[in-house]
Design a protein around this ligand. Structure first.
Ligand code: NDP
Ligand code: GDR
Length: 332
C-alpha cells in the first residue's frame, strides 16, 4: 500500500487530496498543528482512514518526527499561511511558515533518506501569486516572477528552494504553480466564499450587504477537486518538473458578484446597495490580472478542468444557502 503524507490536511486542498489518495489505495498521513486542532474532526469525517500526526512547519524536529512516523512514498506540502491579505499583517510569520517551512520539509526528507532524496516524491504547493505584477498574459512556467505580497515572496522562495533541491540533491521534487481554486470547503476569508455566503444570507434576509475591497481584480478561478488531481498526476511522472495549473479563463470580482447574485434571482445588486466597498479590504499592492496557460499540464499530465466558473460559483452559493438555512432553523 503506497503511503502519502499531506501537510495542511485540515485545509481546503488537504481534504480533497486526502479523499483522492484514499480512493487510489494510499494510506494517508496528515500533519496537524496545535494541541487540539478543531478542524481535525472535519478531516476525520471526510477521510476516516487518515492517520493524524502532530507537527508544525515552524518546527524542524516535529517535521522529522512526522516523516519518520509516516514513512511516506509521496509528500504533499500544502501547509501555509495562505491568505494573502494576512501576509502584510504577519509578514515574518508568513515567511517562516510559507517560505522557510518548505526548506524545513525538504531538509527533513534529506535527513530521513540519508541524502537519497529521489526515494520520496515531493510536491510543493506553489502559487500564481508568484507572478504578481504581470506584463505577460497568459502566464506559464516561463513567465518571470514579480510577487506583490509577503505571501507571494515567500511562495517564490518555496518554489526556488524546491527546484534547487531537485538540482542539488536529485530530489524528486515538483512545484505546482496553481491558480486560484475554490469549493464549498473554501475558507470564508477568501473572496469567493465571502461572496457566496453573503449572497445566501442576503437572500435569506439574514444580512443587508457585504463589504469588499477591489472589485476590478481579475483571477483565473477553478475547482479545487480538479486541482488536487493535478497534484497527484505530477508525482506519477517519470521525471519531476514544474507545472502551471489553471483554467485559462479570467473573471473579475464584479463578474463573480453577477453570477452569485443571479443564482438567487437578484440581478440589480449594485442598485440595491448590497455591495459596499471599504479601503480596509484593499491591498497595499494588488495583483490586477491573472490568467494561466496550463498547456504543459494538459499535454503531459492529460489534465483539464471539469467545472466551469459559473458552475463553481453557483455550486458554492447552493451549498451556502443550505448551510445558512439550516443554521437559521437551528436558532429558531
Ligand atoms: P488553506 O488555507 O485552506 O489551508 C492551509 C493549511 O495550512 C491548513 O491545514 C493549516 O492548518 C495549515 N497550516 C498553517 N500554518 C501551519 C503551520 N505553521 N504548520 C503546519 N500547518 C500549517 O489553504 P488551501 O488548502 O487553499 O491551499 C493549500 C496550499 O496551496 C497552500 O500552501 C496555499 O498557499 C497553496 N495554494 C492555494 C491556492 C488556492 O487557490 N487555494 C492556489 C495556489 C496555491 P490549520 O488547520 O492548523 O490552520
Ligand atoms: P488571492 O485570493 O489573494 O488571489 O489568493 P482572495 O480570494 O483573497 O482575493 C482574490 C481577489 O479578490 C479581491 N478582493 C477581496 N479579497 C478578499 N479576500 N476579501 C475581500 O473582501 C475582497 N474584495 C476584493 C482581492 O483584492 C484579490 O484581488 C488566493 C489564495 O488561495 C492564495 O493562497 C493562492 O496562492 C492564490 O489564491 C492563488
Amino acid at each position: 500500500m503506497p503511503r502519502a503524507l499531506i501537510t495542511g490536511i485540515t485545509g481546503q486542498d488537504g481534504t480533497y487530496l486526502g479523499e483522492l489518495l484514499t480512493r487510489k489505495g494510499y494510506q494517508v498521513y496528515g500533519m496537524v498543528r496545535g494541541q487540539n486542532n478543531p478542524r481535525a474532526a472535519v478531516v476525520k469525517e471526510l477521510v476516516p482512514s487518515v492517520r493524524m500526526v502532530s507537527g508544525d512547519l515552524c518546527d524542524l524536529s516535529s517535521i522529522v518526527h512526522v516523516v519518520e512516523k509516516a514513512a511516506p512514498d509521496e509528500v504533499y506540502n500544502l501547509a501555509a499561511v495562505s491568505f494573502v491579505g494576512l501576509s502584510w499583517k504577519q509578514p515574518a510569520l508568513t515567511v517562516d511558515v510559507t517560505g522557510t517551512g518548505v526548506l524545513r520539509v525538504l531538509e527533513a526528507l534529506r535527513m530521513y533518506t540519508g541524502g537519497e532524496m529521489s526515494r520520496i516524491r515531493f510536491y510543493q504547493a506553489s502559487s500564481s501569486e508568484m507572478f504578481g505584477k504581470v506584463n505577460r498574459v497568459p502566464q506559464d512556467e516561463s513567465t518571470p516572477f514579480h510577487p506583490r505580497s509577503p505571501y507571494g515572496v515567500a511562495k517564490a522562495f518555496g518554489h526556488h528552494i524546491t527546484v534547487n533541491y531537485r538540482e542539488s540533491y536529485g530530489a524528486y521534487a515538483c512545484s505546482g504553480i496553481l491558480f486560484n481554486h475554490e469549493s464549498p470547503r473554501r475558507g470564508y476569508e477568501f473572496v469567493t466564499r465571502k461572496i457566496t455566503r453573503a449572497v445566501a444570507r442576503i437572500r435569506l434576509g439574514l444580512q443587508d450587504h457585504v463589504v469588499l475591497g477591489n472589485l476590478d481584480a481579475e483571477r483565473d478561478w477553478g475547482y479545487a477537486g480538479d486541482y488536487t488531481c493535478a497534484m497527484w498526476r505530477m508525482l506519477q511522472q517519470d521525471e519531476p518538473d514544474d507545472y502551471v495549473v489553471a483554467t485559462g479563463e479570467s473573471h473579475s470580482v464584479r463578474e463573480l458578484l453577477d453570477v452569485a447574485f443571479a443564482r438567487v434571482g437578484i440581478h440589480d445588486w449594485a442598485a440595491r446597495n448590497y455591495v459596499l466597498q471599504d479601503p480596509k479590504h484593499m491591498r497595499p499592492a494588488e495583483v490586477d490580472h491573472l490568467v494561466g496557460d496550463a498547456s504543459k499540464a494538459r499535454e503531459r499530465l492529460d489534465w483539464k478542468p471539469t467545472v466551469s466558473f459559473a458552475q463553481l460559483i453557483e455550486g458554492m452559493v447552493d451549498v451556502d444557502l443550505s448551510l445558512e438555512r439550516a443554521a437559521a432553523e437551528r436558532r429558531e
